[in-house]
Design a protein around this ligand. Structure first.
Ligand code: GTP
Ligand code: MG
Length: 196
């Protein structure tokens, strides 16, 4: 049906997390399909963009990859303000990075944008022998904090595209739109929403 029309959506997305958790690596894998063993620590922030197709919509992510070093912390609000989505990255082999991730979640929740889609990514999932943060602990935390959770590996390309796709699907502008009469208007067939 012609009226179902394609939608093009731009979505600002920010990555936050501890130094070395793998933010830049996750982005590099998603945007360029590459992995660098000795990725340099980010200075300030870096910008990337990449598009994802979700049903009949195209979501163009405008990605801010922030620097995890503490001295750049004060810059972070510039990047998360107005963002439609955030990925908070920790390293499953580093308990301190998980604690840092929780602090970022608190900061984002305190800045008060309830419609921001927040994802928690437990990265370096390829390093199973060195795991310090259990999947169960992170999953439970994510659930109680209303975050979407996935373990990822930028190195092994595990769950990277999936992470961004799941975020795209959850963007409010791709959700059914309530109208003033109280009826829910679906902008695409309901079964296609439920399917994926
Ligand atoms: P800052 O920019 O300093 O905040 O760090 P970052 O979060 O951007 O981390 P970065 O992507 O630079 O990765 C840090 C190191 O971890 C690099 O040496 C990466 O190669 C490595 N790394 C990143 N992701 C993975 C992964 O999934 N598995 C493994 N084994 N190593 C990874
Ligand atoms: Mg980086």
């Amino acid at each position: 049906m012609a009226s179902s029309g394609n939608k093009n959506i731009n979505a600002k997305l920010v990555l936050l997390g501890d130094v070395g958790a793998g933010k830049s690596s996750v982005v590099l894998r998603f945007v360029k399909g590459q992995f660098i063993e000795f990725q340099e620590s980010t200075i300030g922030a870096a910008f990337f963009s990449q598009t994802v197709a979700v049903n009949d919509a195209t979501v163009k992510f405008e990605i801010w990859d922030t620097a995890g070093q503490e001295r750049y912390h004060s810059l972070a609000p510039m990047y998360y303000r107005g963002a439609a989505a955030a990925i908070i990255v920790y390293d499953i082999t580093n308990q301190a990075s998980f604690d840092r991730a929780k602090k970022w979640v608190q900061e984002l929740q305190a800045q008060g944008n309830p419609s921001m889609v927040m994802a928690l990514a437990g990265n370096k999932a390829d390093l199973l022998d060195a795991r310090k943060v259990s999947t169960e602990e992170a999953q439970a935390y994510a659930q109680e904090s209303s975050l979407f959770f996935m373990e990822t590996s930028a190195k092994a390309a595990t769950n990277i595209n999936e992470l961004f796709y799941e975020i795209a699907k959850r963007l409010p502008r791709l959700q059914p739109v309530p109208n003033p009469s109280g009826m829910v208007l679906m902008d695409r067939p309901a079964e296609r929403v439920a399917r994926s």
